[in-house]
Ligand binder design. Structure first.
Ligand code: SAM
Length: 230
């Protein structure tokens, strides 16, 4: 049986916690491709081992050298190799590196095969109870410079907003949103999605702020879903 796949750039989502959340197709592509391009080869090796996938070749592409790496990876595809792009978790490019590789592949007329799969924002929004018919994804709010303007833009939007936030800044974010939005605006914090301690905290900004008030060592990463301005 020929186990090879056509030379192309494959964008392959990986689980965001629960290892079962990977598709049959993703596993096959990762097994058959010539090169797996990952953020960090040590974390990728761990994941691939758990999934019982033996990579033919792992190449790490860091955010800082992504541009240079993009050219090299696309060279490999042009020389007949199949390259699967993965990130630490979820879908590459979504608040993760990989965009430069996709741009370079498009510029050189290389086929891109995008596999559907896990992403934290989609998993969160559909269970939030907040309207998902129209929404904007903002990724991580800036830590310092431009944060105020960024959050004001989010709060002023007349559709649902989705953001990513770390456990260290979640209280600060709630305080800031409480200051600039009406306190009855609905919000949902989704944390530890697909993991043992998965939790959805839903309510008005004031209610959710109160619920998390005494949880100082909140573990896990967050997806924050904010109702749009009425
Ligand atoms: N590429 C990923 C995706 O498709 O969702 C996102 C990568 S980004 C570097 C990591 C952020 O995604 C975390 O800080 C958190 O906000 C969110 N995230 C990832 N996994 C999550 C999970 N299991 N539960 C809640 N949020 C998660």
């Amino acid at each position: 049986m020929d186990n090879s796949i056509a030379p192309a750039l494959y964008i392959v989502p990986t689980p965001i916690g629960n290892l079962e959340d990977i598709t049959f197709r993703a596993v096959r592509v990762l097994k058959q491709c010539d090169i797996i391009a990952c953020e960090d080869s040590r974390t990728a090796s761990k994941l691939l081992k758990l999934l019982e996938i033996e990579p033919k070749l792992l190449i790490s592409y860091f955010e800082h050298n992504e541009r240079a790496r993009a050219g090299e990876l696309v060279d490999k595809i042009q020389s007949g190799k199949s390259v699967a792009l993965i990130s630490e978790a979820g879908t590459p490019i979504i608040s993760d590196p990989g965009w430069a590789v996709v741009r370079e592949a498009i510029a050189r007329n290389i086929q891109i095969v995008s596999l559907p799969g896990a992403s934290a924002f989609l998993t969160a929004i559909v269970a939030s109870g907040i309207a998902a018919d129209k929404f904007a994804f903002f990724g991580f709010p800036p830590h310092k410079k431009g944060r105020k303007t960024f959050l004001q833009k989010v709060v002023d939007l007349d559709m649902t907003s989705v953001m990513y936030e770390s456990p260290y800044r979640i209280h600060k974010l709630l305080d800031e949103l409480h200051d600039i939005a009406t306190a009855d605006r609905q919000i949902c914090l989704a944390r530890e999605l697909t993991k043992i301690y998965e939790e959805f905290i839903r309510g008005s900004i004031a209610e959710v702020k109160e619920i998390i008030k005494n949880k100082s060592n909140f573990k896990g990463e967050f997806v924050v879903i904010l109702e749009g301005k009425k």
